[in-house]
Design a protein around this ligand. Structure first.
Ligand SMILES: Cc1cc2nc3c(=O)[nH]c(=O)nc-3n(C[C@H](O)[C@H](O)[C@H](O)COP(=O)(O)O)c2cc1C
Length: 203
């Protein structure tokens, strides 16, 4: 009898699984896909940092994360909007290497909608008086005194809005790798506008 094909046996099945894993990463804070690494091109070459995956927009293939618009990565994206993402799921042993083009949103409906969906705890991240990366004399969160040692109101955290930025990255390609004791599997998905080409690769 012929063995039924599993979700990892077809390129379509894998792409569906990739979208599911990314969607789960958005909604589950303890899922490994919640904390990908975002790569940009910096002064000394490749520049990497952990970010939180905030949204996956389909069918547009857009990954969204948030940042302070004074952060170094923002300048780097202004210099080159080609960015990379690295995801690894230790349980599934699945690695995704994603590349795409980033768009920065500060004063538009997209940024307003993203800001409206943020929680108070996240809004703290954009309330520092000085830009991220500013050298200081002693350890400090950089938050103004009135935000420290109490739970601020939603209104008080509105001061973070002026520093808030959403980074939206349109996916151009995904390199998928799954480790298995009986043989690893690897595949690549490339989009030219909305035309997809997919192929298996030697791992
Ligand atoms: C678990 C974790 C999640 C993080 N999430 C974000 C994030 O969503 N956005 C962000 O700008 N920085 C985030 N950071 C901080 C960045 O890794 C980085 O230190 C900071 O953004 C400065 O990076 P830059 O100087 O390259 O701009 C996170 C750090 C950790 C450890």
């Amino acid at each position: 009898m012929k063995k039924k094909k599993g979700k990892w046996d077809t390129l379509d099945g894998i792409l569906n699984e990739i979208w599911s894993m990314l969607k789960r990463g958005v909604t589950h804070f303890n899922d490994p896909f919640h904390w990908p690494v975002l790569g940009t091109t910096g002064k000394s070459g490749c520049s990497l940092r952990t970010v939180i995956l905030r949204q996956l927009i389909l069918p547009d293939r857009i990954l969204v994360c948030h940042t302070d618009d004074r952060a170094t990565k923002v300048q780097e994206i202004c210099n080159s909007n080609k960015v990379s993402w690295l995801f690894y799921h230790p349980e599934s042993k699945v690695q995704l290497r994603i590349s795409g083009q980033a768009k920065l949103h500060t004063d538009d409906k997209f940024a307003d909608d993203q800001w409206a969906a943020t929680k108070i705890a996240s809004r703290f991240n954009y309330c520092a008086t000085q830009p991220p990366g500013t050298p200081i004399d002693k350890p400090s969160s950089g938050l103004p005194d009135f935000l420290l040692n109490k739970i601020p109101t939603l209104l008080e955290t509105e001061r973070g809005r002026k520093n808030f930025m959403a980074i939206a990255c349109r996916i151009d390609s995904i390199d998928w790798l799954m480790l298995r004791a009986l043989g690893h599997r690897r595949a690549r998905f490339d989009w030219d506008e909305n035309r997809l080409s997919a192929t298996w690769l030697i791992p």
